[in-house]
Each structure stands twice: as structure tokens, then as C-alpha cells.
Design a protein around this ligand. Structure first.
Ligand code: NAI
Ligand code: MG
Length: 491
């Protein structure tokens, strides 16, 4: 094993407690083992925090908010600190990428290029916002001399609850957006992949952010997570994860009317027209579902393929898919790592069985490699229909369901793509401007990508329907950590 993985393992082994008010605080004897999903080996442990640790962390965040050590710092200084944090993450990118590979399974090359790379982009993007978070000057019509204007005031102490599928980029996005808005934060990393969040806390302290501005409590969702959701000192919850947990959080935040942003599941459609550039669409569709082994909220898990190109496209798709090497993320040339856990692997295998039982035709994959690690081979089903479980439910694994269209009108095609309780993303492949514009207008999802994929932090991201509430990224994502204030000043 190379030096960088040894270094990452040492770092993982060094974490024992929570990060509260600028210092490490020991946990109790109650710990949660942390597992490398490629080897099934225990590689460390985190403290199982509960109400007591959450209370300390929220109080630290509240104090840091109320003394205005952060929100009243000159905007240029807040920008400088965020840029400094991004530079520190960049300087440590090899080690952080290795931590993420060991903890979550993501192949090292992908981890460096995409996971850590996009985390750095997110921080740098948000660093520009403290100086640009402007309100409006509004003409006032009531009699008298008035100056009417708005400001975006930080909401206060924000609870950031993060999932395990892309821990570092999601953590960095939420932390930097909240800080850019002037909030202070308590982060609750996912118990299945908590380590890179702890690494970020160390760098936040090293960069020189005031104590209490960022706190981390580790633990189980039902304990640490639930305690955060119910804490009266939390003003805002920003959650990414399953739709079921998102609904539970929303229900439990009603009494205090906490502000809640939810980024939840999806069953996103990829639509390939007959006029698409197949050389781009084939790898695009494949990586849109198989990237990160399908553990992506925006995964394009339903493919609508024009009948005229069906044979050619499927031939290319299967060939591309079979070339994707599945294996431990530490090995060179691995494209797809393991799923996060045994239950997640079993859940995905259960969906594959359901697909077979309900009459879908398996054309590649469908199996899990034997030996250690929670691997599932990339799987493609054809002859699927909207009555099938694999077409309706979020699988969160490398399973693609293919359907066809022919002379459907654009309206019918859009209606088929929109036939889901979710509405997070949609992907359209076409060389026709008319098809592209018509689909962009008719698809009911938060993001529409035409002829490509990729994450752009300047564009808002979030879901229609049960894919969530609110938006991250862009101005919307920063404003989600603020309350709008209206000032009417007579003179
Ligand atoms: P989850 O949504 O329960 O966990 C995500 C985060 O929420 C974790 O940090 C967890 O500790 C926390 N959490 C859990 N219960 C909580 C509660 N009652 N209060 C506050 N925080 C809580 O997801 P989980 O259980 O890890 O995975 C279940 C399924 O959800 C997966 O099999 C997958 O299909 C789906 N999922 C979807 C994601 C997406 O982005 N669409 C992300 C993660 C999971
Ligand atoms: Mg793990």
C-alpha cells in the first residue's frame, strides 16, 4: 500500500471525539466502528454522540453567532478565510482523497479529480458571496419620504446533516454556503463515512476561523442527528439524504418552525433522441448511472431510448459498461468501487431480483463479485415498464432500466419521464434545438442537462416533488441560510 493510504489510515485512526468550540472533545466509551467497504475491515471508530454533545456543540455555535465574531467580520476578511480554507484543502487533497477512498469506497482517481476537486470548487465559489450578498433598494409608494431596502441576514446556527455517498463535497458545499451567509454550523457527518468531515474541521481551525463557527458531532442519525433536529438552539437544518429521513426531519422541526432545506432522492430520466451524438451519449448515459456505483441522488436511472437507435445504442452501452473495472478504490484503473455497506448491497441485489421476477430482461451485470467488499456489477435491464419496482423506486446502486419511445409526441415523452414521485434531474441527448428546448420546458425536475452532465456551483440544485425542498448552490443556496429583512426608513 502506498504512503498516501498509510498516511490517511493514520489520520483516520487519530480521530476519537467531537470538534466543539475550536477544540477536540472526547466522546464517551460509546463508539461506532468505521468500515472500509472494499475490504470489510474496521479502520477506525467514531464517538457515538447524543443529546449532551449536541447541546454543547449547538451552544458553541450559538455563542459564536451571537457574539458576531463571524457574521460581523468584514466581508473581505470572510472571503479571505474561505479562500484560505480552499487552499488548505487543495494542499491536502491527496490525503483527503485517500481518506474518502478508504472510508466510502470511491476510486482514488475519481476521489481526487471529482470528489475533492469539486469540494474545492464549492468553497471557492462560496467564498465570493460574503461581498456579493446584496439586498435590493425598493421604491416605496406610501406618502412621505422613504428609503426602502432589503438585507439578507444570516439565520443563525445551522445544523448540517450529511449522507455517506459523497461525504466530502456535500460537507464542503453546505459548510461554505452556510459560512458565506454568516451562519455558524454544527455538522453531523454520516456514520457510514464520517472521516473527511473531521478532517475538514481540523482545517477550518487551522485556517483561523473563530472558535465555535464550525462544530462537528459524530454519531448515529437516530441519536446525534435527531438531537440536532430537535434542539431549540438550531435555526436552520440543511439535510441531504433519503426521502424517508427528510420527511421525518421536516415533521420533527414543525414545532419550532426551523427553516429546513431537503435534498433527497431521485429517479432521474435520461432521454436519448435518434439525432443524438452517440459517441458522447453512450458514455454519458453509462456514467450518469454507474458513476459512484449508482450511489448518486441525481443518477440517471431510467433511460428512454428512441427505437431507431436502440440496437446500436445498447450494443455500445453494454460494451462500455463491461469495460468498467469494478474493484477496491485503492487499486489503479478501477472505475467503480464498492457500495457503502452490506445492507446497501443487499438492498440493491433485492431490487435486481425484483426486476427479474417482474419480467425485465437482464442484458449485463446482475451479480455481485464473490469475496470481500460490498461490490455489485453494473447492471442493465431492458423490457422494463413503469409498473415495475425497479422503474419506480430509487435503487441507489448501479442499476439502469431501459425503456423505448418511437413516435411519441414530445408531450407524451415528457409525461413518461415526469411519471415519478421524484423530480431531481433529467438528462437529454439530442442535436435538435427544438427537442432540447421543448424538453427543457416540459420536464419537471430541478436540473435539466442537455448533452452532458457535471456539477456547476453557480446554478441552483434541488428537487421538484419528493426530491426535496429548497435549493443549494448559486445565489439560492446561500440565501437559503438567510432571512430577508425589509427596512423602511423615513426621512
Ligand atoms: P439517511 O438519509 O437515513 O442518512 C443520511 C444522514 O441523515 C446521515 O448522516 C444519518 O445519520 C442522518 N439521519 C438518519 N436518521 C436521522 C434522523 N432521524 N434525524 C436526523 N438525522 C438522521 O440514509 P441511510 O439510512 O444512510 O440510507 C438509507 C437509504 O437512503 C439508502 O439505501 C439510499 O437508498 C438512500 N439514500 C439516498 C441519498 C440521496 O442523496 N438521495 C443519500 C443517502 C441515502
Ligand atoms: Mg466507511
Amino acid at each position: 500500500m502506498s504512503t498516501i493510504f498509510n498516511k490517511a489510515l493514520d489520520r483516520i485512526g487519530s480521530y476519537q471525539g467531537h470538534f466543539i468550540n475550536g477544540a477536540w472533545r472526547d466522546g464517551t466509551d460509546d463508539t461506532i466502528p468505521v468500515v472500509d467497504p472494499a475490504t470489510e475491515q474496521v479502520i477506525g471508530a467514531i464517538a457515538a454522540g447524543g443529546a449532551a454533545e449536541v447541546d454543547e456543540a449547538v451552544n458553541a455555535a450559538r455563542k459564536a453567532f451571537e457574539c458576531r465574531a463571524w457574521s460581523a467580520m468584514p466581508a473581505a476578511e470572510r472571503e479571505r478565510l474561505l479562500l484560505c480554507l480552499a487552499d488548505m484543502v487543495e494542499a491536502e487533497q491527496d490525503e483527503i482523497a485517500a481518506i474518502e477512498t478508504i472510508d466510502n469506497g470511491i476510486p482514488y482517481g475519481v476521489s481526487r479529480r471529482m470528489a475533492v476537486g469539486s469540494a474545492i470548487s464549492a468553497i471557492r465559489y462560496h467564498a465570493g458571496w460574503p461581498r456579493r450578498l446584496t439586498g435590493e433598494s425598493v421604491p416605496v409608494s406610501v406618502p412621505g419620504n422613504w428609503h426602502g431596502y432589503t438585507t439578507h441576514d444570516p439565520l443563525g446556527a445551522a445544523a448540517l446533516i450529511v449522507p455517506w455517498n459523497a461525504p466530502f463535497p456535500i460537507t464542503c458545499t453546505k459548510v461554505s454556503a452556510a459560512l458565506a451567509a454568516g451562519c455558524t454550523v454544527v455538522l453531523k457527518p454520516a456514520e457510514l463515512a464520517p472521516m473527511s468531515g473531521l478532517r475538514l474541521a481540523e482545517l477550518v481551525a487551522k485556517a483561523g476561523f473563530p472558535a465555535g463557527v464550525m462544530n462537528v458531532v459524530t454519531g448515529l442519525g437516530a441519536q446525534a442527528g435527531a438531537a440536532l433536529v430537535e434542539h431549540a438552539g438550531v435555526d436552520k437544518i440543511s439535510f441531504t439524504g433519503s426521502t424517508a429521513t427528510g420527511k421525518d426531519i421536516l415533521r420533527r422541526s414543525v414545532d419550532s418552525l426551523k427553516r429546513v432545506s431537503l435534498e433527497l432522492g431521485g429517479k432521474s430520466a435520461s432521454i436519448v433522441f435518434a439525432d443524438a451524438d452517440l459517441a458522447k451519449a453512450i458514455p454519458g448515459v453509462a456514467m450518469g448511472i454507474f458513476g459512484n456505483s449508482g450511489q448518486v441522488c441525481a443518477a440517471g436511472s431510467r433511460l428512454f431510448l428512441h427505437e431507431v437507435i436502440f440496437d446500436k445504442f445498447i450494443e455500445g452501452l453494454v460494451a462500455f459498461t463491461q469495460k468498467l473495472t469494478v474493484g477496491p478504490g485503492m487499486q489503479d484503473n478501477v472505475a467503480l468501487g464498492p457500495l457503502i455497506s452490506a445492507p446497501q448491497r443487499d438492498k440493491v441485489m433485492g431490487y435486481i431480483e425484483a426486476g427479474l421476477k417482474q419480467g425485465a430482461t437482464l442484458i449485463t451485470g446482475g451479480d455481485a463479485p464473490s469475496g470481500k467488499g460490498y461490490f455489485v456489477n453494473p447492471t442493465i435491464f431492458v423490457d422494463t415498464n413503469p409498473g415495475m419496482t425497479i422503474v419506480r423506486e430509487e435503487i441507489f446502486g448501479p442499476v439502469l432500466s431501459v425503456m423505448t419511445f418511437n413516435d411519441d409526441s414530445i408531450d407524451d415523452l415528457a409525461a413518461r419521464a415526469n411519471d415519478s414521485i421524484y423530480g431531481l434531474s433529467a438528462y437529454v441527448w439530442t442535436s435538435s434545438l427544438a427537442n432540447a428546448h421543448a424538453m427543457a420546458r416540459k420536464l419537471r425536475s430541478g436540473s435539466i442537462k442537455i448533452n452532458g452532465a457535471g456539477m456547476e456551483f453557480a446554478l441552483p440544485f434541488g428537487g421538484f416533488r419528493q426530491s426535496g425542498m429548497g435549493r443549494e448552490h448559486g445565489r439560492h443556496g446561500v440565501e437559503a441560510f438567510t432571512e430577508t429583512k425589509a427596512v423602511m426608513m423615513g426621512w
